[in-house]
Ligand binder design. Sequence first.
Ligand code: FES
Length: 154
Amino acid sequence: MNLQKILEKHAFQKDHLIEILIDLQNEKTYKFVTEEEVSLIADALKVPVSHVCGVMSFYTLLSFDERGKYIIQVCKDVPCYLNDDFNVLTTIEKALDISCGDTSKDQFFTLEQTACLGCCDEAPAMRINNKVYTKLTKAKVLRILEEYKEGILC
Ligand code: FES
């Protein structure tokens, strides 16, 4: 689906800006939005480019930079922090040999932190693309990563 079709799907509604940006980003393998696309969206929705840029920079789900096929976002808010007795972030950094903010050399994974994912009662939590994983243990995190690598999860 190209940008025009995504805009039509959302009936050019400025209230759907976030959904439009997410749809556009998610149809690309490396999950990013270009500055040119931001300008086109701003024109189509009749909103200032600065408004679209503001949304792009506010939501960690959105990016101007190419990222991995799978974007791992580890929740960094207090309930997850307090329930994280094995350190989710460090476990993933070691398993993938990347640091937070990096993309693996094969562009398979990008590792980021994010604000609350809305499931604090099942902390700690992380999101991979649009799927949220909760009640994480070290073994569960490692199994999930392996299943993505093997194509069992996608
Ligand atoms: S604090 Fe982590 S999901 Fe809410």
